[in-house]
Ligand binder design. Structure first.
Ligand code: HEC
Ligand code: HEC
Ligand code: HEC
Ligand code: HEC
Ligand code: HEC
Ligand code: HEC
Ligand code: HEC
Ligand code: HEC
Ligand code: HEC
Length: 446
């Protein structure tokens, strides 16, 4: 055989080896595979850095640095029956922190948790920590790509793919088009034209994307030996509604009154989705399609601007018509999904003004009564202070804002022993309940 042919064979071998080498991580056409948020960083720096600084990715993590453990291990507290060195994983950071370790391949919580706000230890699952394996009770909401068969997950914390679905195909397709070492052989590929690229990753405006975790309930699975009750919806894929096999917890099951106030409004954390679903915001598109209203803004402006999230999100040239619009007001009408910690909110509702949509003196009741919407000094109190009072428990106090969008009148404090809208946060703390009842009646009920 001549040198020429040997050279050809060597070149072919080099090409094959290069292709195999470059394909070793990428060539997997399974669309259900999760790849992890690190893979998105180079191409989506804006979203990645916003997300990276938010709370979502930090929710549940292996301890890398002892400073991540916020609890006080210096003063001896009888509740704390474990050492700082025994902690392998931390859960939470803002309001409270739960600690965990691994036993026989499963994560279990330690029996005291740390309240960050009040700097206090409190008992946690002291008698039933063994019945609280985190895989079954927590991980569906604190990890990404949780697999209920193997209990494995692709990433600690809430990664990109929790909201965008498994991204294996998207990453392969996009890499073919952009990475120099792939273009060498794939330059002529035009099968990944724009259109296809869009179908390989999910962008959904539905509240269910958030509701897969910002909910409370359970989904049971029977295996050969027993029924396993997971505390979260299984294998949710963004764009869908939440699996009907997931049974949201209801007030009638809440015998001890741990999760709901007597008037059916949430009292405990991660129930935003259920409250919100019952509010008028969630029905804003349905109502618009079914009823019409003259006093609702200038009929010349498009009604969907305030009533539909897909309309608000679409760029100028692609706005849906009334028939095409699918989503009413959803979580992301107010929340910027990538930087929830730093900003919480989109600029349009920043500082809780809400006025972009609630134009025209804010509400129908204001228009009808003809008096100012509140007796309170303008500028010192914002919409959310009254309409989203802090009545939701986390970190040992009522720290979180209600998403039921209901005023809690002072009367409710008497009836249900719950905080009311008038005496919330720093407002009217110095006055007693009778004062609040009178003030409310005089202004709003006369
Ligand atoms: C090699 C570069 C590259 C990587 C890696 C990559 N993407 Fe993309 N992604 C793109 C490009 C380019 C677009 C725009 C394509 C388009 O608009 O059709 C895009 C679009 C998107 C969109 C918006 C699609 C739409 O319909 O508007 C989302 C969401 C997304 N990527 C998520 C991810 C996630 C999550 C990861 C990591 C798991 C990831 N991407 C990794 C290049 C990449
Ligand atoms: C159905 C989803 C879901 C399940 C199951 C779940 N959580 Fe959470 N958890 C959340 C959400 C969402 C928040 C944020 C608070 C909110 O949305 O109201 C949160 C908040 C927390 C916080 C406070 C975090 C902070 O930064 O202060 C801790 C601690 C926590 N969860 C621990 C647990 C533990 C331990 C389990 C299992 C026994 C568990 N959670 C089960 C969704 C869930
Ligand atoms: C909590 C859910 C959530 C997480 C986590 C999340 N996204 Fe998104 N993302 C969304 C939603 C909802 C939209 C559509 C609304 C919007 O654009 O603001 C979106 C839009 C996008 C877009 C389209 C362009 C844009 O910003 O409008 C890209 C690209 C994207 N995300 C990439 C990522 C990447 C990369 C990560 C991880 C670093 C990530 N997302 C994490 C929910 C999420
Ligand atoms: C040395 C040449 C070569 C290089 C470099 C190369 N590939 Fe390939 N690739 C091939 C060949 C040959 C095939 C199989 C023929 C086909 O399906 O087009 C293939 C197939 C693929 C496929 C399957 C396509 C399909 O639709 O079935 C993907 C995905 C892919 N390559 C991704 C990549 C990525 C990502 C890179 C860069 C990290 C890369 N390739 C670099 C030669 C190469
Ligand atoms: C995979 C589960 C999951 C998904 C999906 C998810 N979240 Fe979260 N979210 C959490 C958990 C868990 C926390 C608590 C994080 C922490 O404290 O470290 C949290 C925290 C938050 C916080 C901050 C809470 C605080 O106490 O400061 C906001 C705001 C939030 N999420 C909004 C959203 C929105 C909006 C969406 C949908 C676009 C969404 N989340 C989707 C699980 C999720
Ligand atoms: C994207 C536009 C939009 C934004 C932003 C918005 N709203 Fe609304 N809101 C509406 C629409 C539309 C309705 C009426 C829906 C219906 O009745 O069909 C409504 C209804 C309400 C109601 C009556 C709710 C009920 O269930 O009885 C309250 C209270 C309210 N909004 C408060 C707020 C507050 C507080 C904010 C800011 C944190 C806010 N809104 C931000 C559009 C918006
Ligand atoms: C500037 C934002 C905005 C625009 C534009 C807008 N709306 Fe509204 N719409 C609202 C708000 C805010 C409410 C809730 C007011 C309240 O409950 O007091 C509402 C409530 C409604 C309701 C619910 C009434 C009920 O009794 O349940 C209907 C129906 C409605 N609007 C129809 C329309 C129609 C039709 C248009 C177009 C002509 C339109 N809206 C344009 C903001 C808007
Ligand atoms: C000082 C407390 C307070 C503040 C601040 C406040 N509201 Fe109200 N709002 C009320 C009360 C009280 C009612 C009447 C009780 C009810 O019907 O829920 C009401 C009624 C409403 C309604 C009609 C509710 C329904 O179910 O039809 C809307 C819409 C509304 N407010 C929006 C807003 C917006 C938007 C802001 C901020 C610009 C705001 N409010 C600020 C106390 C307040
Ligand atoms: C009409 C606007 C609006 C909508 C829609 C909305 N939120 Fe919020 N959300 C807010 C405001 C305002 C805050 C308070 C932010 C602050 O205090 O800085 C908030 C706070 C939160 C927090 C942090 C808890 C706290 O009180 O600090 C979580 C978690 C959250 N929202 C989740 C959701 C989820 C999940 C949905 C959809 C089911 C949703 N939100 C829909 C306006 C909204």
């Amino acid at each position: 055989m001549g040198n020429f042919y040997k050279l050809i064979i060597v070149i072919v071998l080099i090409i094959i080896t290069t292709a195999l080498y470059l394909h070793k991580d990428t060539l997997n056409q399974d669309p259900g595979l999760y790849v992890g948020s690190e893979k998105c960083k180079d191409c989506h720096q804006t979203q990645h850095s916003a997300w990276h600084d938010s709370l979502h990715p930090k929710m549940f993590k292996p301890v890398e640095n002892p400073e991540e453990i916020l609890g006080d291990f210096d003063s001896n507290n009888p509740l704390v029956t474990f050492r700082k060195e025994d902690i392998d994983f931390v859960i939470g950071s803002k309001w409270e922190q739960v600690y965990a370790h691994m036993i026989d391949g499963e994560y279990y919580p330690f029996t005291a948790k740390w309240l960050v706000l009040t700097q206090q230890w409190v008992p946690y699952k002291v008698n039933n920590w063994k019945e609280t394996p985190l895989s079954v009770k927590c991980n569906g909401c604190h990890t990404t790509g949780f697999n209920p068969q193997t209990y494995e997950f692709s990433e600690f914390g809430i990664g990109c793919e929790a909201c965008h679905g498994p991204a294996n195909l998207h990453v392969q397709n996009q890499t073919i088009e952009t990475a120099a070492q792939c273009i060498i052989c794939h330059a002529d590929d035009n099968r990944h034209a724009d259109n296809e690229a869009k179908k390989d990753i999910i962008v959904s405006y539905k509240s269910a994307v958030c509701g897969q975790c910002h909910s409370r309930g359970s989904q049971s699975v029977d295996n050969e030996h027993m029924t396993i009750k997971f505390n979260f919806p299984l294998e949710y894929i963004p764009g869908n509604e939440i699996n009907t096999a997931f049974k949201p917890l209801t007030q009638s099951q809440d015998k001890k009154g741990q999760f709901w106030w007597g008037n059916g409004i949430s009292k405990n954390r991660h129930q935003e989705y259920a409250d919100f679903a019952r509010s008028k915001h969630a029905k804003s598109l349905k109502n618009l399609k079914e009823k019409r209203r003259e006093d609702c803004g200038d009929p010349g402006t498009n009604c969907l601007q305030c009533h539909s999230t897909d309309y608000r999100m679409a760029d100028k040239d692609n706005k849906p018509t009334l028939d095409e619009a699918k989503e009413g007001i959803t979580c992301i009408a107010c929340h910027e999904p990538h930087s929830i910690d730093k900003k919480y909110l989109r600029d349009s509702v920043g500082a809780h003004k809400c006025k972009e949509c609630h134009a025209n003196s804010l509400s129908r009741s204001t228009i009808e009564s003809g008096k100012p919407h509140t007796p309170c000094p303008t500028g010192q109190v914002q919409c959310a202070d009254c309409h989203m009072p802090r009545i939701v428990s986390t970190g040992g106090t009522f720290s979180l804002r209600s998403h039921a969008f209901k005023i809690i009148p002072p009367e409710a404090t008497e009836k249900y022993q719950m905080p009311n809208s008038c005496q919330n946060g720093n407002c009217h703390k110095d006055k007693d309940l009778q004062w609040a009842k009178d003030a409310y009646r005089d202004y709003y009920l006369q």
